[in-house]
Design a protein around this ligand. Structure first.
Ligand code: PMV
Length: 360
């Protein structure tokens, strides 16, 4: 499959005006994507848990324009308030995807969006936000092109979301999504994310992710800059190989449910991601003292209680605490007693794996 598969045939139906709405979740990578080439194509394959409680809800109103205007017409509202500062990002997204959705110039759009998690929580809204917009736009296309299969819809939604923000392509379906070609994963592609195509052990059913909000500020390193740092990175080649191997190692773990190896892979991936930032030029430390405190306490708890709790990190200081559902009560108790003091204003978000986006 190539990009060309996503250029549509002439539309069969006309659409004057209306609205569409989608809810799309965030996701957390187990094997990380860090480094890209071409148009948002990943240097290595990644795999993520789709989340459930952290999502963006987006409604898109559209109305056909009567005159030919070369500029796009977009208004963006966040929590009911016009956010002009976000509009350039959407315009750039439209520019990137216009080849695949040729109707974008024909309409004026009003986009209303809101996140279930606090705006400045340090949780990236780009995955949920970009996937929600991609889904709304593709739904418009589906109305003009009836008969589009569910499979094509999901692939194209993921393909478009990827052009908005790489990791957004892993938010369409769930609970496990692979993005990037991997020789041992059938159907995997650099162009879009696919639902993990093999059976998964019941240990991973409804896997828990409690997100500890350690630092809620603006991202210190934007994703764009971060990915660029991998271009001349002294360890880039080794990192891409490591990610590929880690994904290979994860496959039997997902099948057999061996949580000890799962922990080893997932924590190593998180630390390797941060190691890339520690060793790039310029270099960054994205963890905070409290991030390390939390990690050490998770390790101590695991040793003392023979628990299968572990952590992962995004490109920031917040800690995602991952654990199987059967440990839910005990781990929440541990978090409340021992970890919550290390969170900004004691804030954390209880989440777990989910099935992906839904139309509203
Ligand atoms: O989707 P982006 O360009 O914001 O990159 C996200 C990269 C990480 O969140 C750090 C890792 C990942 O695979 O999600």
């Amino acid at each position: 499959m190539t990009e060309l598969s996503f250029i549509p045939e002439p539309y069969l139906k006309k659409l004057d005006k209306g609205s569409v709405a989608w809810r799309s979740p965030s996701n957390i990578a187990l094997v990380k994507y860090w480094g890209k080439y071409g148009e948002q194509l990943p240097k290595n394959a990644s795999i993520s848990f789709t989340l459930s409680n952290c999502y963006t809800k987006t409604t898109l109103w559209f109305e056909k324009r009567t005159t030919e205007v070369s500029e796009y017409e977009i208004e963006l509202y966040l929590d009911g308030k016009r956010e002009e500062s976000f509009e350039p990002k959407i315009l750039k997204f439209f520019e990137r995807i216009k080849r695949y959705l040729p109707f974008l110039h024909d309409y004026r759009f009003r986009i209303k969006t809101s996140n279930s998690f606090p705006h400045s929580s340090g949780i990236a809204s780009s995955a949920s936000g970009m996937s929600a917009i991609a889904l709304c736009l593709l739904k418009m296309e589906r109305e003009m092109q009836p008969g589009m299969t569910e499979e094509y819809f999901n692939e194209k939604a993921s393909f478009l979301a990827r052009l908005g923000s790489g990791s957004a392509c892993r938010s369409i379906e769930g609970p496990l999504v692979v993005w990037g070609e991997h020789p041992e994963i059938e159907g995997s592609s650099n162009l879009f994310g696919i639902k993990f195509p093999y059976a998964v052990h019941e240990n991973f059913r409804n896997y828990q992710d409690t997100i500890l909000l350690v630092d809620k500020g603006e991202k210190q390193v934007s994703s764009t800059l971060g990915h660029d740092l991998m271009h001349d990175h002294p360890f880039a080649k080794q990192r891409f190989e490591q990610a590929k191997d880690n994904l290979s190692r994860l496959l039997p773990v997902l099948k057999d449910g061996d949580l000890s190896i799962f922990i080893e892979i997932v924590e190593s991936e998180a630390l390797s991601l941060h190691a890339m930032m520690l060793t790039s030029t310029p270099y960054f430390i994205l963890m905070k003292p409290n991030t390390l405190e939390i990690i050490n306490r998770i390790w101590n708890y695991r040793k003392e209680k023979t628990s299968k709790v572990c952590f992962t990190l995004d490109a920031g200081a917040n800690v995602h605490v991952l654990y199987p559902e059967i440990e839910k009560e005990a781990i929440l108790d541990f978090i409340k007693k021992e970890l919550v003091h290390f969170c900004k204003n004691g804030e954390f978000i209880e989440d777990h794996t989910g099935l992906g986006s839904i139309e509203l």
